[in-house]
Ligand binder design. Structure first.
Ligand code: IPM
Ligand code: MN
Length: 368
């Protein structure tokens, strides 16, 4: 097994959390005897400072010439005044477009161990395990025309979808639901938007090919409330780009912290893995960011881009073991806890140790 991974640490806490995720992958490679090659390139504000562009050509080339891309985070207050096309976020959008992945899978899981740091009552969040599938290459993020028309003192963006774009994301969502609890919720705003009415029609039509999956539709405003009122009722959720951006941050309340959430973007020429959280400039460089979202993204990388299902499961199990052993960065430390918070590196090292144990035990088991 040989794979090449392009690593884009990016800005803020990106480098700290990504290096923990890379350590975890290296430990899989060591223990299992795989060859994982890592190529690191700049993106976002860091790339803009070094090269004048947030998504330089050499970064794009490395991303197109590998098996998977692992990204940290982009953005920061000193880049807020850069022209729109040179902002760190523009670099990320160019990366997503270059790779072509249109389906962004964002799981939100209510770990028992983080019960005390979620504002939701335990009986409400218990057992919740939602997979939000966000369309990533369409809608307001990319629709043309778009402009800040200063002469006319106005600005506009365009929400635009083709039937083809809706159909392909719907298929991914039904496939995912089929392998889980066979429930799919499609979220739209069909009482107001034409794009949403078409979305609903297309998803319903695609659903005819998946009679084993129960499909429901809900308006985004109502769903935003339902997801928090009764999170354990939902399985897979599919929605357009901006709705998915908003709902996935909201889903962090179920997990307990945005720092726990991972994502995989699939369907393009090279898949992209990134935690859902941003660059958190206020805590950057302080060794206190939660690396679990980045590490869980590395698990998704093995699952989707290397088909190493059992190794991916082992990383997820090592994350749970680390939480069960009481390891906590400040974002997931209960308010009334008398524990001292752990550092980013301590949590990362603990995951790596738990993982090596799990993998070694598996190897020993197979040897008998
Ligand atoms: C995310 C982020 C990005 C997005 C930003 C940084 C452009 O919020 O991945 O959710 O809006 O897609
Ligand atoms: Mn977001």
């Amino acid at each position: 097994m040989k794979i090449r991974i392009t690593v884009l640490p990016g800005d803020g806490i990106g480098p700290e959390v990504t290096s923990q995720a890379v350590n975890v992958l290296k430990s899989v490679a060591d223990v299992c005897g795989y060859n994982f090659e890592f190529v690191t390139r700049p993106i976002g504000g860091t790339a803009y400072t070094e090269t004048g562009h947030p998504f330089p050509k050499s970064t794009m080339e490395a991303c197109l010439d590998c098996n998977a891309v692992l990204l940290g985070a982009v953005g920061g207050p000193h880049f807020d005044t850069a022209p729109t096309h040179l902002r760190p976020e523009a670099g990320l959008l160019q990366l997503r477009q270059a790779l072509g992945g249109f389906a962004n899978l964002r799981p939100a899981i209510a770990f028992d161990a983080t019960e005390a740091c979620s504002p939701l009552r335990p009986e409400i969040r218990r057992g919740a395990d939602i997979l939000i599938i966000r369309e990533l290459l369409g809608g307001l993020y990319f629709g043309e025309p778009r402009a800040h028309d200063r002469d006319n003192k106005g600005a506009y963006n365009t929400m635009r979808y083709s039937e083809h774009e809706v159909e392909r994301i719907a298929r991914i969502a039904f496939e995912q639901a089929r392998n889980r609890r066979k429930k799919l919720m499609s979220v739209d705003k069909a009482n107001v938007l034409e794009t949403s009415r078409m979305w609903r029609e297309v998803v319903t039509r695609v659903g005819k090919d998946y009679p084993d999956v129960t499909l429901e539709h809900q308006y985004v405003d109502s769903f935003a409330m339902q997801m928090i009122l009764t999170p354990s009722r939902f399985d897979v959720v599919v929605t357009e780009n901006l709705f998915g951006d908003i709902l996935s941050d909201e889903a962090a309340v179920i997990s307990g912290s945005l720092g726990m959430l991972s994502s995989a973007t699939i369907g393009g020429s090279v898949d992209l893995f990134e935690p859902v959280h941003g660059s958190a400039p206020d805590i950057a460089g302080k060794n206190m960011a939660n690396p679990l979202g980045a590490i869980a993204s590395a698990a998704m990388l093995l699952r989707y881009s290397a088909k190493l299902t059992s190794e991916a499961d082992s990383i997820d199990a090592a994350i749970r073991a680390t939480l069960d052993a009481g390891y906590r960065t400040p974002d997931i430390l209960a308010k009334n806890s008398d524990r001292k918070p752990n550092t980013t590196a301590q949590v990362g090292v603990r995951v790596t140790e738990a993982l090596s144990d799990l993998l070694n035990r598996r190897i020993a088991y197979h040897a008998v």
